[in-house]
Design a binder for this molecule. Structure first.
Ligand code: PLP
Length: 375
């Protein structure tokens, strides 16, 4: 089931061969998807038009959008009456757009602040209404996510917003937060299609594609009818979910390349066991890595055990002077993208859908060797 990373394929013509890429995003894609992109560049689906040169109004591209939408719905079990959009501006634009569309001035919105991205989402929502953190773990270095019962949604809140996976700190929700009947909003940028997610239990989900779904520049947004019906009138055109929904994500020129790649990634997922296959692979990869980290106190995993992420594994080395050595030796051994985010430091291995088991095995045997050399 696991295709190889293609370490020896593509890219060996000039410079180094493909590395084991643990970058946090844009991130490694399945090699077969990269090859499909290459093949479509001069001529997309035998249309005569190249992938980068085809009109978004053409039947050829409409087929791509339709296919991508259908695959998203199938793979993620999106309820029929939910709306699927492919937007631009990244998850960062959604921080503001969600609030602008769902909140009126003075109305309340509650946020679970579990890392830098939810802090940013909250900051943007404050521009629109009375947005507040009802749980914030910054004083503890964002090592955990809250359990149900550790926060209370305000009676008049319109929605509860959370970030399912905290890309920077390597923590993740393994349960559904309780929005107490309010709309439930989710930033799923770094674990969409990589972990179980009950779409029907949410009202708005957004995710930048560049980790689990494709390249940067396309953002998947999924809305419930309840959320869409709250969208206010007379919003700036490009920030209005109803505008994009009424035009099938083709109100203006979309990221045609990004939508093509997203369709191919979902096709790859479907050919490899669907969401269940992806969940099982991500559990296996992260399970192996955490087991290695837990073996000795040479390594210091960052996240508390019950909140550990299967997508971004973060850790320190007992002697922080060894961290640059680790990164340099890993790079020389063909492993890249392992430097922790600048706000956290240490090491981070991102194990998104495109990251194959053989990459994780290579990392673990490197760690083994590193530990015995530097103990
Ligand atoms: C959880 C999460 N939310 C939001 C963002 C910001 O995404 P973008 O760069 O697409 O705006 C990121 C990027 O890493 C992320 O991991």
């Amino acid at each position: 089931m696991h295709s190889k990373t293609g370490a020896a394929a593509l890219g060996s013509m000039s410079g180094r061969a493909r590395i084991h890429n643990f970058g946090a995003g844009p991130a490694v894609l399945p090699l077969s998807v990269v090859e499909e992109c290459r093949d479509a560049l001069p001529n997309l689906s035998q249309s005569g038009f190249g992938l980068l040169e085809v009109s978004h109004r053409s039947p050829t591209f409409q087929n791509v959008v339709d296919s991508a939408m259908a695959r998203v719905r199938r793979t993620l079990s999106v309820p029929e009456d939910y709306t699927v959009l492919f937007l631009q501006g990244g998850a960062s634009l959604q921080f503001y757009m969600t609030a602008l569309n769902l909140l009126r001035p003075g109305e309340q919105a509650d946020y679970l602040v579990t890392g830098g991205w939810s802090q940013k989402a909250l900051k943007e929502a404050k521009r629109v209404g009375d947005a507040q953190a009802i749980w914030d773990d910054s004083v503890n270095g964002f090592r955990s996510v809250p359990q149900v019962g550790e926060y209370a949604v305000r009676d008049d809140a319109v929605y509860l917003h959370y970030t399912s996976n905290n890309t920077l700190y390597g923590t993740q929700f393994h349960h559904l937060p309780d929005s107490e009947g309010k709309l439930l909003l989710l930033d799923a940028s770094s674990d969409i299609a990589g972990v179980p997610c009950d779409i029907a239990a949410h009202d708005l989900i957004y995710a930048g594609a560049q980790k689990n779904l494709g390249p940067s520049g396309v953002t998947l947004v999924i809305l419930s009818p309840r959320a869409l019906s709250r969208v206010g009138d007379d919003l700036p055109t490009m920030l209005d979910y109803n505008v994009h929904a009424s035009k099938g994500s083709l109100f203006n020129t979309p990221n045609t390349f990004g939508i093509f790649v997203l369709d191919r990634v979902f096709n790859w997922l479907e050919e490899n066991g669907g969401l269940e296959g992806s969940i099982a692979r991500n559990q296996e990869k992260s399970g192996l890595l955490y087991a290695e980290l837990d073996k000795t106190d040479f390594w210091r995993p960052h996240a508390d055990e019950g909140s550990r992420s299967v997508m971004n594994v973060t850790w320190l080395i007992h002697d922080d002077a060894l961290e640059p050595v680790f990164l340099a030796e890993a790079e020389a051994a063909g492993m890249g993208g392992l430097k922790g985010h600048r706000s956290v430091g240490g090491i981070r291995a991102s194990l998104y859908n495109g990251c194959q088991l053989d990459s994780v095995q290579a990392l673990i045997s490197f760690m083994h060797q590193f530990e015995s050399n530097h103990r």
